[in-house]
Design a binder for this molecule. Structure first.
Ligand code: BV8
Ligand code: ZN
Length: 244
């Protein structure tokens, strides 16, 4: 990892310190230093299969036991991870902003665990499971051990309370994200490969509404082309340096 670019760090810090209305969008990269595998990096595979192939309603309907093994592995893994300095830096940023939105694509609950309050979970959460058909939901910690847990209310199947590929995003989360994009002065985009829609378009939409864009990542992404500043480095190191 090359040393952090001091000029980019200063430019990013200036944009954030001048703003009182800030939206943040995070992806799997902000949790990488907590030991949570990213989606498309080396960790994004389970028993040689891509998370992308398992995170669909079709995969679940075809073989619910297989998909539950994948999600139980991830839910169990979350019991051993903690927020890192990147998550904590966003908590202090939230506390000094007049208006703040934290939009996350992550389902690991680490922003809540770090103390962030205004968290918009665009893709749901692994902290809960829900029924495939009725309104029943419960914490993942209460998940029955059965290989394919049934809904105690209607008898259909329980599934993770995440948004799978091909599924619509929660309307309330999208509405909050729209408000963030319409009103933020700066959007800080952290640790996302910018490949999954509609989240991948948020930075461009915010920019079209007049926001400045700051990106933090290890590599260039499709978001880099709309960023005013891209700081290349690990989020756990960069964020404490730029949020002041
Ligand atoms: C939707 C929850 C309307 C599940 C996730 C064809 C048919 C059907 C749909 C589509 C289609 N074509 C396109 C679509 C839309 C589709 C989509 O975008 N597909 C892509 C892949 C082509 N989107 C959807 O289906 C969405 N719904 O559009 O509804 C609709 C309905 C029907 C038909 C059409 C449209 C739903 C998308 C939600 C999917 N669910 N997660 C689960 O977790 O199991 S998405 C999943 O990817 C995770 O949430 C993850 O967060 C997200 C994005 O990935 P990233 O977070 O960016 O993670 P990634 O590993 O990719 O990158 C990590 C980055 O971090 C890298 O850049 C790396 O460099 C960086 N990094 C690593 N370490 C660090 C770091 N940066 C800083 N510091 C570090 N230390
Ligand atoms: Zn049910």
């Amino acid at each position: 990892m090359s040393a952090l670019d001091e000029r980019d760090l200063a430019a990013a810090a200036d944009l954030l310190s001048d703003a009182s209305r800030i939206a943040v969008m995070t992806g799997a990269g902000i949790s990488a230093e907590s030991g949570v595998p990213t989606f498309r990096g080396a960790g994004g595979f389970w028993r040689g299969r891509s998370a992308m192939d398992l995170a669909t309603p079709q995969a679940f309907n075809r073989d619910p036991e297989d998909v539950w093994k994948f999600y139980r592995y991830r839910i169990d893994g979350l019991s051993r991870v903690e927020p890192n300095a990147g998550h904590r830096a966003l908590v202090s940023l939230e506390r000094r902003c007049e208006r703040f939105w934290l939009i996350t694509q992550n389902v690991d609950g680490l922003h809540h665990a770090a103390g962030s309050e205004r968290v918009i979970e665009l893709h749901g959460t692994l902290a809960e499971v829900r029924c495939r058909v009725c309104a029943y939901r419960c914490p993942s910690s209460e998940l029955p051990d059965d290989p394919v847990p049934g809904c105690p209310s209607c008898g259909d199947l329980l599934r993770p309370a995440v948004v799978w590929f091909g599924e619509d995003l929660p309307r309330a989360a999208l509405a909050e994200a729209d408000e963030a994009m319409a009103h933020c002065e700066v959007m800080l985009v952290v640790g996302t490969s910018g490949l999954v829609e509609p989240a991948a378009s948020f930075a461009r939409w915010a920019r079209s509404r007049g926001a400045s864009i700051v990106e933090v990542n290890l590599e260039t992404t499709p978001i880099s082309s709309v960023a005013d500043v891209s700081v290349f480095g690990p989020a756990g190191e960069v964020l404490p340096r730029i949020v002041g």
